[in-house]
Design a protein around this ligand. Structure first.
Ligand code: ACO
Length: 325
């Protein structure tokens, strides 16, 4: 039976020019390169300049994705930006990106699910495309997390970075079986009981400030391994694939030890797990599309390959998307 699937037509990425190494950070907080590498796997991250906004990063990533897809911006009718660091409280960063690309039709809005934002945004876009309401979507993950870090807190400021990634999705008729191209499965979950483990201590409706990121690292770590392994297993059961049939795992890049823990739990070889963490740090909603773009550049994905993306973030929110390239 013919069905509509959201096929990935192109991926793009953009990182701010400024690279900050662990040694650079050791000059502002009491830390070392050794500690950061051993506990997180991060060696450096990109940090946006004062004049680089989340929308600027998103526009640059989206432009690259559109060029690689061979699609004109005016043919996009849906723009979704996953971000927890919007340029302004409103309008949505997605609308600013839409405007920056010269698109005046269709709809644009933000999705806020922190580090799971890209998974949530892909899920929303997929449902709109499958329903026939839109035909071509730009899904962007863009963050300037450096703006919400407490640069005196060594337990958090060493872990994050800035950047943006983007994907062009197009509704295409497929056969309706597991060999189809496009998004084959999406799963999103949330549970607000865990809000206090990872949050920002400010906001327009409470403190009237932007606030700073606060995290109970150990507890987040424990939940991340459990919840991400769980949602991957759910995805595999729903689609009938075994863990080793997936060609490439493109996880949210939070901590190399979390990714190793998940690989071990699922019995997946580490070389099937895309890792950009050492050079990007944790870029929240941008990390999966940035890693996807790197996977394309490194020829790790090509047509027909099965790619599983997954994430967990503040809320908690978590989820997974399985797609055939
Ligand atoms: N440099 C040196 N020492 C540090 C630093 C630092 N940057 N940060 C903390 N320490 C110290 C602590 O003060 C503590 O010292 P103490 O024993 O004297 O009290 C010691 O190191 C150990 O601290 P822990 O927090 O127990 O260290 P842990 O091994 O748990 O590693 C880390 C911390 C890296 C944050 C880890 O818990 C982690 O990665 N958690 C997951 C968090 C995460 O990935 N969050 C991202 C957002 S959510 C997501 O994206 C999934």
């Amino acid at each position: 039976m013919a069905v509509i699937r959201s096929v990935i037509r192109g991926v793009g990425a953009h990182l701010p020019k400024r690279v900050v190494t662990n040694d650079d950070l050791s000059k502002i907080v009491d830390t070392t390169d050794e500690w950061i590498v051993e506990r997180s796997g991060i060696r450096s991250r990109h940090i946006a300049g004062d004049d680089e906004l989340t929308s600027d990063l998103g526009i640059a990533a989206a432009r690259q994705a559109l060029v690689r897809a061979g699609i004109d911006p005016v043919d996009i009718d849906l723009v979704i930006c996953a971000t927890a660091t919007p340029d302004k409280t409103f309008p949505a960063t997605a609308v600013r990106i839409q405007h920056g690309l010269g698109i005046t039709k269709g709809a644009a809005f933000d999705v806020q699910a922190v580090c799971s934002g890209f998974i949530y945004a892909m899920t929303v876009a997929d449902n709109f495309l499958k329903s026939g309401q839109f035909v071509r979507a730009l899904v962007i993950g863009a963050e300037t997390f450096s703006r919400i870090l407490d640069w005196s807190d060594r337990s958090t400021c060493v872990l994050f970075g800035d950047g943006a990634g983007a994907v062009v999705l197009e509704a295409q008729p497929q056969h309706g079986n597991r060999d189809d191209r496009g998004i084959l499965s999406t799963t999103i979950r949330s549970d607000g009981r865990f809000e206090d483990l990872l949050y920002v201590d400010g906001g327009p409706g409470s403190t009237k400030t932007v606030g700073h990121l606060r995290m109970n690292g150990r507890e987040v770590f424990r939940h991340a391994v459990q919840k991400i392994s769980g949602v991957i297993e759910e995805t595999l059961v729903a689609t009938g694939y075994a863990a080793d049939e997936i060609d490439l795992y493109v996880p949210h890049q939070a901590n190399a030890r979390i990714l190793d823990g998940i690989a071990k739990k699922l019995g997946v070889s580490p070389d099937k797990i895309m890792m950009t963490l050492s050079r990007h740090g944790n870029t929240s909603a941008a990390s999966i599309p940035l890693a996807l773009a790197a996977a394309v550049d490194e020829h790790k994905v090509k047509e027909g390959k099965l790619v599983l993306m997954e994430a967990m973030g503040g809320g908690f929110t978590w989820g997974a998307v399985l797609a055939r390239w």
